[in-house]
Design a protein. Structure first.
Length: 154
């Protein structure tokens, strides 16, 4: 995936997000079809992760320096913290944070030479930096937005 392809994918995701934003604002308290989250909880989680570029660049730097990855908290703890940090924000503020994250991602995308660098994936394989940015950024977001849309249709 090239820089231009990554930019195009982010712009397409942003267009989808902008189209469904009014529906989200109208019914943010709707529960998701599975789990315990509401629409606003899923979006709080997405807001916290809206710009994946720093995470990927940090992983590249750690790999270059031989620094082992820091131990991670259990994912449920991380997710709960992301939701709790935004509990006092309005849904509009949460949605604005997501869109600001999209813009920050577009501004922070590194050059193609960096994007083709390979990193170990959580599943034991490898991914290019571009693939990782796409997967943990907009790919992850689109999966949650599918759940959000399912909740809003209910």
């Amino acid at each position: 995936m090239t820089r231009d392809e990554l930019i195009e994918a982010i712009e397409m995701a942003e267009q989808r997000f902008a189209l469904i934003r009014p529906r989200i604002e109208a019914d943010a308290e709707q529960p998701l079809p599975t789990g315990t989250w509401r629409v606003r909880d899923a979006l709080s989680h997405l807001a916290a992760r809206a710009n994946p570029v720093p995470t990927v660049l940090r992983r590249l730097a750690d790999m270059d320096s031989g620094t082992p990855a820091a131990p991670r908290l259990p994912i449920d703890d991380i997710n709960a913290e992301q939701v709790n940090e935004r509990q006092d924000l309005s849904i509009t503020e949460i949605l604005d944070e997501i869109q600001a994250g999209h813009r920050a991602t577009l501004e922070a995308i590194p050059d193609d030479a960096t994007l083709v660098r390979m990193l170990p994936s959580a599943n034991g394989g490898e991914s290019s930096a571009a693939e990782m940015i796409a997967r943990i950024g907009i790919g992850h977001e689109q999966n949650h937005l599918n759940d959000v849309l399912a909740a809003l249709r209910a």
